[in-house]
Design a protein around this ligand. Structure first.
Ligand SMILES: [Zn+2]
Length: 88
């Protein structure tokens, strides 16, 4: 996939709070590749996640919703700086 196509990629997900506290606001959000990042509970278990701009709750996204380049970018971001929910 070329860089322009990657930038145009969007995903519709509902803010459910899955993976955090299940207290999402229920809004349907249009996400782009930059909205997806990795959160982890420990080194073995990590998940692809977005943060709702309305309520601030984190929701994890099933891996199969994401094309390979999106997952790769999230991993690259994760490797640059260790991500922590509590410090954002
Ligand atoms: Zn929300």
């Amino acid at each position: 996939m070329n860089p322009n196509k990657e930038r145009e990629w969007t995903l519709t997900e509902c803010c459910t709070g899955k993976g955090e506290n299940y207290k999402g606001c229920g809004k349907v959000l249009l996400l782009s590749v930059d909205d997806i990042f990795i959160s982890k509970s420990n080194l073995q278990e990590f998940s692809y996640t977005f943060r709702c701009p309305h309520c601030g709750v984190f929701t994890s996204i099933p891996n199969w919703h994401l094309p390979k380049f999106v997952r790769r970018k999230a991993i690259e971001k994760f490797n640059v700086r260790s991500f922590s929910h509590t410090k954002v």
